[in-house]
Design a protein around this ligand. Structure first.
Ligand code: PEP
Ligand code: MG
Length: 573
């Protein structure tokens, strides 16, 4: 089997569950008579959401052709004949809602094609897409991946965090995917769940069969199919030896209780997390706080938006379960396409300046509720930091700060006194980095998100690009340098929390760029602290020129290595 690349180290051995995740993979499932009413309701709900989506798109588009097409699509969608066919397939033939929609649209398209209908001749693909859209909307109402009752290695062509987080994933001992990228949200979630993972394994979901026993050694990037007992034993022994000899990314937490560089400078090492369970994990690893709490993962499996009370209860619990003097940085919801909870049908954009009225109302609504809940919870812990993701323009940030101020004032009027709060922004769009001098005047801190900063600077896909996507490019380095310099000029702290941080090869460079706060997944805390403790960097006088003369990603790696007086002892796998 072709080697993929390791996302999360570890070993696992269990039977495979193979899942083919294609939008149009419609199971021909039959239902029972008792289920028909529920299936019809699911169909109507998905149809309504699709109609709203199309009408919204129709308002946004400037193209006459697109508008005309969408109008026809809505007609198709709401056609009483189509509705009758689908509900009959469900109630009389006991088709599940998705198979009924799939079947009905397919036969409808075929019928029109056979009659050489001019509309369908031009729009066959789009009409099939329309069916796909309704089915996808509907699928989000169901357990999105097969039920998992025993320990397994989960194998799929692709997978989204929303799918993984809406099922009980405690039995998933390992994950093998055919695609994926090291800084995708899927990778981040799998690291935070501590699940050994290998991505980019070609044809994994074809070669591996359901129930096949799989041994994955995600230290050595090896997958064994139906391994013999002796092999399992010898791999486990080898891994144990690797860990004991220190030749792995795992460092004993006890030796890693350092918070300074070799020269005694204090550095902050923080954790990136996304669930309450990980706070318990933090107790195993030394850290000074949470640098990034991805709040969007908390409510992924809710079917309606979490109320202020629900959110307050959850944030308060988090604040109360933190160790003493532990600061936590909550990032407000970042709902991108792959991280949509069940109750949202489209991503929420932070680009207020360029957003539609409807998008901006949704943003205001979601953020106000969340900010009020966060501010109320802030009184229950040492210090809360709140930061906003994804905004690009200066005015977007001003808008967010205004919502923050209004929410704070409304709470004060109600007699609620928030605790100590610092407000920051993520620098994760090129525009935010370029505007960082002005932004520094608005906030208390910056947090640089290299995952999205790389994606938007290099215009590459975050989810499906190559492994080199996680390497820092010269352009991204210059944007980090700019944001860090502007933070220092304004006297505000700057932290960095993208996935490159645990790639310790960039540590000397990031240090030289003035970063003194690093946030990584809990698993990497120990090795980060250890690397920082041994960090000994010499910043040459011509450092700025060296930054400007970087041309390739390899130049960046070389520069970082050359800044070290002695090499880092911990090697990444
Ligand atoms: C980032 O973009 O670097 C980041 C930390 O945010 P997320 O990975 O959650 O998008
Ligand atoms: Mg991001």
């Amino acid at each position: 089997m072709r080697d993929g690349f390791v996302i999360k180290e570890g070993i696992a051995c269990a039977p495979a569950i193979v899942f083919i995740n294609t939008p149009l993979h419609v199971e021909k499932t039959k239902i029972t008579a008792a289920e028909t009413a529920g299936e019809i309701a699911l169909y109507h709900d998905a149809r309504e959401k699709t109609r709203l989506y199309l009408e919204n798109e129709m308002r946004k588009t400037e193209s006459e052709d697109a508008r005309e097409f969408m109008e026809t699509s809505v007609m198709f969608l709401m056609d009483p004949y189509v509705e009758k066919q689908i509900t009959e397939l469900i109630s009389q033939d006991l088709f599940s809602a998705e198979s009924a929609i799939h079947h009905c649209y397919n036969s409808f398209v075929q019928e029109l094609l056979d009659n050489h209908d001019p509309f369908i001749m031009h729009n066959e693909y789009e009409i099939r897409n329309l069916a796909e859209h309704i089915i996808m909307t509907l699928k989000r109402k169901r357990p999105p991946i097969p039920e998992i009752t025993g320990d397994c290695i989960f194998v799929a062509n692709n997978l989204t965090p929303a799918q993984l987080l809406t099922v009980d994933n405690s039995h998933i001992k390992g994950v093998i995917l055919e695609d994926g990228n090291t800084n995708s949200h899927m990778a981040i979630v799998l690291r935070s769940l501590n699940i050994p993972t290998i991505f980019n394994v070609e044809n994994a979901s074809v070669i591996i069969k359901n129930g096949m026993n799989i041994l994955m050694d995600a230290y050595a990037n090896k997958i064994y199919l139906n391994p013999l007992e002796e092999l399992i034993w010898s791999v486990k022994k080898h891994v144990r030896e690797r860990i004991e000899s220190g030749n792995s990314n795992i460092v004993d937490p006890l030796i890693a209780r350092y918070k300074t560089t070799r020269t005694g400078e204090r550095i902050e090492v923080l954790a990136n997390i996304g669930s309450l369970a990980e706070i318990q994990d933090l107790k195993k690893y030394p850290s000074s706080g949470i640098g990034l709490f991805r709040t969007e993962f908390l409510f992924m499996n809710h079917t309606s938006d979490p109320t202020e009370e629900e959110q307050f209860g959850c944030y308060r619990k988090i604040m109360e379960s933190l160790p003493d003097r532990f600061a936590v940085t909550f990032r407000t919801f970042d709902f991108s396409a792959d991280k949509l909870p069940l109750y949202l049908s489209k991503p929420v954009h932070y680009n207020y300046t360029t957003g539609t009225d409807e998008d901006n109302l949704l943003l205001r609504d979601i953020i106000t509720t969340q900010l009020r809940a966060l501010m109320r919870a802030s009184a229950f812990g040492h210090q809360m930091r709140i930061m906003f993701p994804m905004a690009a323009e200066y005015e977007d940030f001003v808008h967010l700060m205004n919502i923050y101020q209004e929410s704070r004032e409304s709470l004060l009027r109600e007699g609620v006194r928030p605790g100590r709060i610092k407000i920051g922004v993520m620098i994760e769009t090129p525009a935010a980095a370029i505007m960082s001098e002005s932004l520094a005047g608005l906030v208390d801190f910056f947090s640089i998100g290299t995952n999205d900063l790389t994606r938007y600077t290099e215009t590459c896909s975050r989810e499906f690009a190559t492994r080199h996507n996680n390497d820092l490019s010269p352009a991204v380095v210059r944007l980090i340098a700019l944001a860090s310099e502007n933070a220092q000029k304004a006297g505000i702290p700057v932290s960095i929390c993208g996935e490159v941080v645990h790639e310790q090869k960039y540590l000397p460079l990031l240090y030289a760029l003035g970063i003194r706060s690093f946030s990584v997944a809990p698993f990497y805390l120990s090795s980060m602290l250890y690397a920082i403790h041994t960090l000994d960097v010499r910043i040459p006088r011509e450092f700025q020129e060296r930054i400007r003369s970087l041309r390739t990603r390899q130049d960046v790696i070389d520069l970082s290595a050359n800044l070290l007086k002695s090499p880092l002892p911990v090697k990444n796998p």
